[in-house]
Ligand binder design. Structure first.
Ligand SMILES: [Zn+2]
Length: 760
């Protein structure tokens, strides 16, 4: 097939049509350049894939819909295009490109380059895919480039970024990975880009009166045979996770269990890991699945029955405390995967402390709350185009299955064992350091003050163990924009005092030595290990009391440490000053307006709707920030030595240049719930809720073997309000159980009261 290039012609010229492949063949000019890569096209020498039909529902009038709330989600859910468990790529046409052109690809897991436009020999404009079903949230990028000559210095411009501020101007650099080096045994992500800069550009955002931002960087290709990958943060894909949990399960069968919490919208499994000593006598997954489908009242009745029947096994675990950890609700925050990996690796290790923790605590870990988003290369959203970390208050079983079942699993856990910690791991794009967001009690009673001190305990102890963790940058508050996040919902609904968002900067830490600027994966993993190790304070009442006294003394700002902190002494000397100190810190926070927290999101549509306001607000607060710095300088000092790691060994190496559709289907990971089919049968007998709501309300759904029992086929979703009806019905069920929940809540509050009184 011969194709003639016509460089002088206008946009989109049809050159030829081949009956053989039934695809238009195009050479295309775009934005004053030549289009050299488009996800919707195949390049002429790439293999031909069978044609698939994928359509997105994004339309301009959708912008008018409020992006928050169930109505929006329902609309999205009813109209969503078909997504497969693996990422699919259309080949609408064949793209003809000049031979002296860099060759781009993002057709692999988590890849998200949409287009590349050659401006001239040394400059390329790049456009990223928006998060699925949105017109925004671009921040994460992952793509590969194959050079055609060397040495060749090329400048790239990613021109459709949304965030109004970035650490790139402070020194942050994109990650690069050389395939050639990997084949020679040098399996390393590097930061080889130069002349990095970030600025507002002149491209208007669709349907908005706002501009995009550009990230530009230069890279020198030094081998024409190499392929270089570029990424925002160390990639950690869903396949990486499946490999990891499979290994874990094989290696540690006596202390660890991996199960499928539920299926995602695209039909992927969401692994949940349970770690504790003598796991074989712990409630098996079949029972847990039944509980997950029951109302609070139903679970209560079930528990009473259980305790009669099964005394011996239950006692082994009922005195244990519990810890619940999650990550990757925001798919682009891949650095959080390394923290959670460190946490798990430490916990399953042979260390004596790890063994003690397993003996005293039941750990439930969900390492990837948004597998679909990770596979499709999203930065923040699920396939519905919504931020799942704004759906914890009312998660919907069909629309937000991973959140719905995570919340339920945590609720059940908190009913049976005291939850010491809930931690949701994230990455932060605007601030340096690793730090936490915690919650806050607004009351002025002694108990409230004690709670506020206690809330700070884990971050405080962690800062003593880990140099990269900053206690002084950790904030404790509940903003309007955060009331539906995991940390706030789990704090308010389940009374978990230590409920945190853990944030690791995509860049580095303020206390780094001169020869280091970026956080490396071993440091992220160490943070996870240290967080796990921090929980040891809960295994020693003496140590717990001592650390709380230290913290109380620090927060109060007194000059001499108390000899002992008795109840009276605490009330006389500390309450007033601590309250003042806490008030001062929190006074700097304006309700519902958080300038620094990338987790704030603002609107669900684009992460930066309040950009301009935020910028001016930031300027105003800069002065008080300095004051705050001075005031807080002495609140926490790290004591452990810094371990600097010279290079980072990322476990995740790119899966290069293969079409996703060509790869063998992902293995069916059955984990350990092999008997789930019999469990489903049993459930028909055991549950008081209807097991066959599968065909209820006009929604025809196909049952699958997992707790949600449901994988919908989209063509069957009706275009009426039956989903809303389904929601109404589920509300009624909640009412029935409210009495039990209320009673349960009172019990928890009393337990906390007694516990805090005993410790202080
Ligand atoms: Zn996040």
């Amino acid at each position: 097939m011969s194709v003639e290039y016509d460089f002088s012609s206008d946009e989109s010229i049809l050159i030829t049509e081949s009956n053989e492949i039934k695809r238009r063949i195009l050479y295309r000019l775009e934005d004053e350049g030549i289009l050299v890569y488009d996800t919707n096209a195949r390049v002429s020498d790439e293999p031909i894939l069978p044609a698939i039909k994928l359509k997105s529902t994004i339309s301009p009038n959708k912008k008018n819909k409020k992006s928050r709330g169930l109505d929006y989600d329902t609309h999205q859910f009813q109209n969503i295009s078909q997504y497969s468990p693996k990422k699919n790529f259309q080949q609408d046409y064949t793209l003809v490109i000049p031979s002296d052109t860099l060759r781009f690809s993002s057709k692999f897991e988590s890849g998200n380059l949409k287009k590349a436009i050659k401006l001239n020999d040394n400059e390329y404009r790049l456009i990223l895919e928006y998060d699925t079903e949105t017109q925004g949230y671009t921040q994460w990028y992952y793509f590969s480039v194959k050079p055609y000559k060397a040495p060749h210095k090329v400048r790239f411009y990613i021109t459709n970024l949304m965030k109004f501020e970035s650490l790139y101007n402070d020194g942050m650099k994109p990650l690069t990975f050389s395939m050639k080096k990997m084949l020679n045994g040098h399996k390393t992500w590097e930061r080889k880009c130069t002349e990095v800069s970030y600025y507002k550009n002149q491209y208007l955002r669709p349907n908005e009166n706002k501009f995009f931002y550009t990230l530009t960087f230069a890279y020198t290709f030094d081998d024409p045979e190499d392929t270089i990958f570029f990424a925002y943060s160390y990639p950690y894909t869903y396949s990486d996770l499946l490999e990891y949990v499979e290994t874990l399960q094989k290696k540690h069968p006596s202390i660890l269990r991996v199960n499928n919490l539920c299926m995602t919208l695209a039909g992927n499994c969401c692994p949940i890991i349970t770690i504790t000593s003598k796991i074989n006598s712990y409630t098996n997954w079949d029972e847990e699945m039944i509980k997950l489908e029951k109302s609070a009242a139903g679970r209560r009745i079930m528990r009473i029955r259980e305790s009669r029947n099964n005394e011996t096994n239950k006692t082994k675990h009922q005195d244990k405390k519990a810890v619940f950890v999650t990550a990757r609700v925001h798919p682009g925050e891949s650095n959080s995967s390394f923290m959670i990996k460190g946490f798990i690796d430490y916990l399953v290790s042979d260390y004596k402390d790890a063994s003690l923790l397993r003996k005293k605590i039941i750990f439930k870990i969900i390492p990837m709350l948004n597998p679909d988003g990770v596979i499709y290369g999203n930065y923040r959203c699920s396939l519905l185009g919504v931020d799942l970390n704004r759906r914890w208050n009312k998660p919907h079983r069909l629309m937000h299955p991973t959140i719905y079942y995570s919340k339920k699993a945590l609720q059940i856990l908190s009913e049976e064992n005291e939850v010491l910690l809930y931690c949701d791991m994230h990455g932060h794009s605007i601030k340096k350091d690793i730090f936490m967001y915690g919650c806050y009690n607004s009351g002025k009673e002694v108990l409230d003050i004690k709670k506020n001190v206690f809330i700070r305990l884990i971050p405080y102890v962690l800062s003593l163990k880990n140099d990269n963790f900053s206690f002084k940058n950790s904030k404790f508050r509940i903003e309007k924009g955060k009331i539906s996040t995991a940390r706030v919902v789990n704090f308010t609904e389940f009374n978990i005092l230590s409920s945190f968002t853990l944030e690791a900067s995509f860049y580095g830490c303020t206390n780094f030595p001169k020869n280091q600027d970026h956080l490396l994966t071993p440091q992220l993993e160490k943070l996870g290990r240290d967080l796990c190790n921090t929980l040891l304070i809960f295994t020693s009442p003496r140590e717990l009391k001592k650390k709380l006294n230290d913290l109380t003394y620090k927060l109060s700002g007194k000059t001499s440490p108390p000899k002992s902190c008795t109840q009276e002494r605490f009330e006389e000397e500390y309450i007033g000053t601590i309250n003042d100190a806490l008030q001062n810190i929190d006074g700097e926070m304006i309700e519902g307006f958080d300038i620094e927290d990338s987790d704030s999101g603002g609107s669900d549509f684009e992460g930066s709707d309040n950009d301009d306001k935020k910028v001016s607000f930031k300027k105003k607060t800069e002065k008080s920030d300095t004051d705050k710095k001075i005031r807080l300088q002495n609140t926490a000092k790290s004591i452990s030595p810094i371990d600097i790691v010279s290079e980072s060994l990322a476990p995740s190496t790119p899966k290069p240049l293969r079409f996703f559709r060509d790869m063998a289907p992902l293995k069916k990971y059955r984990f350990r719930d092999n008997q789930s089919s019999s469990a489903i049968k049993d459930r028909t007998k055991l549950t008081d809720e209807k097991p066959n709501d599968i065909t209820e309300n006009g929604i025809k759904l196909k049952p699958v073997l997992h707790p949600s029992s449901i994988m919908f086929t989209r063509e069957k979703i009706p275009h009426d309000s039956s989903l809303i009806n389904a929601v109404k019905i589920s509300k009624k069920i909640v009412k029935k159980s409210q009495f039990f929940e209320k009673r349960n809540k009172l019990q928890i509050i009393n337990t906390i009261k007694n516990k805090l009184n005993n410790i202080f």
